[in-house]
Ligand binder design. Structure first.
Ligand code: HMG
Length: 440
């Protein structure tokens, strides 16, 4: 069997930028440090009034097809992952295919199309589906297009408002991929949870503090399940660990627990013992509460060590750079983290070929997945071809009043009012939302 994985990546950010310390914090009466230091965010990407999940997804897919010289007949499958869908029957992939058919001679009538839903993890589930389709030999030499697209908006004054974001990631999944090969090594942690959900409503109902704990619990389960197939993880195993990143502060918490787990019973624990002692063992404690307290204290000490700081700086920090500037893209978030890590490595002149990535995906509701990927020789050319910095720099800087107007425009609630939609100019060479039609 030939290798299967991600052959190319493209992203499209929402065209507006909301600065958190300069614009959002003062309007909320908050210390900017809550956003920059606590959550780890400097800005969010916000959708302009003519953008939605279809336009962002179609523009990302079109960029990818143009760059790779693809025609519709080269694509046998289009899977869209989103939790911002506006149609309970017709999948977003059909809307996106319809956009693309306006600018290509061929059509996608032969392509299997679908829509995946499981909060943020559905982006990775769609990637898994595409991988399985090719590995099963049903692709007839064709590639799959996986598009993760979301407008991750919260109700005004919800604690999640600062973590908003909007953007799409398009992944081309093929045989003999240029970016990463996916491995069969995979682990899950999944349970029925109700800390973040949108039952027939646009904006989520969120128990934010609990959602953080659920993320950590499911991720812990996924790591154990992964180790049951791949063997114990060692901190040196992965060159990068892209996590689902609702905000970088969440990843900081996940990384600390991950390092505690993977350094247990290794030479790292041995070397650190004179400095911070050994990891608490559950069997040595009378109660679960006492064990948890000791484990939390140990984790605090561990994150102060050079060993942890170096590991974090090399394997986790590079994956957060784009996220700090764009916020949560829900289904696209973990794929932005992978892209961010590879981009940083490329800028630092690090050769990642053959290196392993451990990808930690998560979706509320809740499920975590850990899987392994191996970086392929074509990765640097693919990363070099992207215009991430240009897209981020070209965003229109919102005032707080403009932000309030645009948030109202995207609010499906009829009573929310409407902004002056003419205040921003839609580009002519892109897919834009113009009411009931879309133009190329
Ligand atoms: P909050 O309660 O307003 O914030 O919102 P906080 O008071 O907890 O402060 C946040 C952090 O900033 C804290 O750090 C503070 O100490 C710190 P921590 O203690 O957690 O390390 N802080 C400061 N630091 C420096 N200087 C200051 C300062 N002030 C405070 N001046 C909350 C936080 C996460 C609840 C909120 O953002 C929220 O509800 N977010 C939405 C839910 C979410 O993102 N959950 C994450 C896990 S669930 C997930 O990832 C799935 C998701 O993507 C959806 C899906 O799967 O579809 C969301």
């Amino acid at each position: 069997m030939t290798s299967v994985g991600i052959d190319a990546i493209e992203m499209r950010t929402g065209k507006l930028r909301l600065d958190l310390p300069e614009t959002f914090a003062p309007a909320q009466g908050d210390d900017p440090g809550k956003y920059t230091k606590g959550l780890g965010l400097t800005a969010s990407s916000f959708p302009d009034v003519y953008e939605d999940i279809v336009t962002m997804g179609a523009n990302a897919a079109h960029d990818l097809m143009e760059r790779k010289g693809l025609e519709p007949e080269d694509i046998g499958r289009i899977d869209v992952a989103t939790e911002s869908a506006f149609d309970n029957s017709k999948p977003v992939s059909t809307y996106i295919a319809g956009c693309l058919e306006q600018v290509y001679d061929g059509d996608f009538h032969h392509a299997n199309k679908g829509e995946r839903k499981f909060a943020c993890i559905s982006g990775t589930q769609s990637l898994d589906d595409a991988y399985n389709w090719i590995r099963a030999g049903r692709n007839r030499g064709r590639s799959a297009l996986v598009i993760a697209t979301d407008t991750a908006l919260y109700a005004r004054d919800d604690p999640g408002e600062a973590t908003q974001g909007a953007g799409a990631v398009a992944l081309l999944v093929s045989e003999d991929p240029d970016v990463v090969e996916l491995s069969t090594e995979q682990g899950y942690g999944s349970a029925d949870e109700t800390d973040f959900l949108k039952p027939q409503q646009q904006f989520p109902s969120v128990d934010g503090k609990r959602s953080v704990q659920v993320y950590l619990a499911r991720m812990r389960e996924a790591v154990k399940d992964f180790e049951s197939v791949a063997g114990k993880i060692h901190p040196d195993d992965a060159a990068l660990i892209p996590f689902h990143t609702p905000f970088p502060g969440m990843v900081r918490k996940a990384a600390a627990l991950a390092f505690r787990h993977v350094s247990r019973d290794t030479e790292i624990e041995e070397e650190l013992a004179p400095e911070i002692g050994r990891q608490p063992r559950r069997e040595a404690f009378d109660s679960e509460e006492a064990f948890r307290e000791a484990a939390a204290d140990y984790t605090d000490d561990l994150t102060d060590t050079d060993a942890y700081r170096e590991w974090y700086a090399e394997t986790v920090e590079p994956t957060l750079t784009i996220s700090r500037e764009v916020g949560n893209w829900y289904t696209g978030s973990v794929h932005v983290a992978r892209l961010s890590g590879l981009k940083a490595a490329h800028e630092d002149g690090i050769d990642m070929t053959g290196e392993k990535l451990l990808v930690g995906s998560y979706g509320s509701g809740a499920q975590a997945e850990i899987h392994a990927e191996t970086v392929q020789p074509g990765w640097a050319d693919e990363i070099e071809a992207l215009d991430v910095d240009e897209q981020l720099a070209a965003r229109y800087e919102l005032t707080f009043e403009e932000y309030e107007d645009v948030h109202d425009v995207h609010n499906h609630d009829e009573d929310a009012g409407a902004a002056d939609v003419d205040q921003f100019t839609a580009p002519e060479s892109e897919f834009v939302f113009d009411g009931w039609g879309r133009m190329g």
